[in-house]
Design a protein around this ligand. Structure first.
Ligand code: FAQ
Length: 312
């Protein structure tokens, strides 16, 4: 019997019918090159964000105000490193190696979340990062649990469980400071003032200015749009702020009849400046990663030599 290879049209139709039937796409399945490239871009950006995101908090481990808070912060930061590792592994199933991902990051060709280019100035920032940055990250990641690419979706399930602990540890820091002295309350409010807008920017540009969204939504890489996720985050976070006596720094915020909020304008010039490398800490974050990567070369070499010796 003659075996005829399916045409590209047929392969695309099969791929799209799987997507429509909510069947996950797996690494060995045929996929359009644009789907693969879009995933490589987004997943690598996501993995780099987890790892670079360790830096603003890592800065505060030695200055945590108690042994309890130090242990919790250490565990949280280690989790973020672990998330980066799952995501690099998941992204490697698309045919790009970990070394290539890291090289692209070091050469400035790959992005990471803009929010990590802002400085963490004091302990209240540990609260704001956990509450707002992890809170924004979970909102996005809960949605990504239903992404169409199997390895990405499965990585998200475990990551979301850990992120929800991170969000609570951040909120607990804010809540305790709000129960403290006037100075502590002011520190918490100041941290919210500085992190609120960068957290909203984590969701990316408005849908109308998001070049990747149309295809990503069609092929269910993204299940909800940048603006939909940003609104969800705002609607759940404002009541949390109010509950502990904090005020979101948006003078144009409006509570609508359906109990949702309309937010004021986001400073997109600032967002694009930070994305393009001109934020307050872009250079510092990248240089630190490059230095740590160089200094850790012996660990990687030793691990590879040991794996070879034991035929792993
Ligand atoms: N920052 O067309 P779109 C955590 C870029 S950390 C920088 O809308 P897309 C743990 C975008 O890449 C958070 N760049 O793009 C943690 C594209 O540029 P390109 C981890 C941004 O991909 C917490 C261009 O703008 N989560 O969880 C940003 O469809 C605390 C056009 O944008 C993720 O990384 C941005 N905010 O939608 C650790 C989420 N937004 O590639 C420590 C995964 C957009 O053409 C402490 N990623 N750009 O050069 C996503 O969900 C999506 O990629 C979006 C952007 C929603 C970020």
């Amino acid at each position: 019997m003659e075996i005829v290879a399916p045409s590209t049209e047929q392969l695309l139709a099969d791929f799209e019918s799987k997507i429509n039937a909510e069947i996950k796409i797996e690494p060995r399945d045929w996929m359009p090159e644009e789907y693969r490239q879009n995933l490589i871009r987004q997943m690598s950006q996501h993995a780099h964000s987890e790892v670079i995101g360790m830096q603003p908090e890592g800065n505060w481990i030695t200055r945590a105000p108690s042994l309890r808070s130090k242990k919790i912060l250490l565990a949280k930061i280690q989790d973020e490193g672990g998330h980066g590792l799952y995501l690099y592994s998941a992204a490697e199933t698309l045919g790009v190696s970990r070394e290539q991902f890291i090289q692209a990051l070091h050469e400035g060709k790959a992005k990471y979340a803009s929010v990590f280019n802002y400085p963490a100035l004091n302990w209240a920032d540990m609260g704001a990062i956990g509450w707002l940055v992890d809170g924004a990250a979970i909102t996005n990641q809960v949605s990504l649990q239903r992404t169409s690419y199997g390895p990405y979706s499965r990585a998200m399930v475990k990551i979301c469980k850990e992120e929800s602990f991170h969000q609570r540890q951040g909120y607990e820091i804010m809540w305790r400071m709000m129960e403290g002295t006037k100075d502590q309350q002011q520190m918490a409010q100041d941290a919210l003032n500085r992190w609120w807008w960068p957290a909203l920017m984590m969701f990316g540009p408005h849908d109308s200015d998001s070049p990747h969204s149309t295809l990503a939504m069609k092929w269910k890489i993204k299940r909800e749009s940048n603006d939909q996720l940003r609104e969800k985050f705002i609607n759940k976070t404002i009541p949390q702020a109010e509950l502990i006596g904090l005020k979101v720094p948006d003078q144009n915020l409006q509570l609508l009849e359906d109990e949702t909020y309309k937010h004021g304008d986001i400073n997109w010039d600032e967002f694009w400046a930070v994305v393009k490398g001109n934020g307050p800490c872009n250079q510092q974050r990248l240089e630190h990663h490059i230095r740590a990567h160089k200094e850790g070369a012996w660990v990687r070499e030793t691990a590879i030599a040991s794996a070879k010796k034991h035929n792993i």
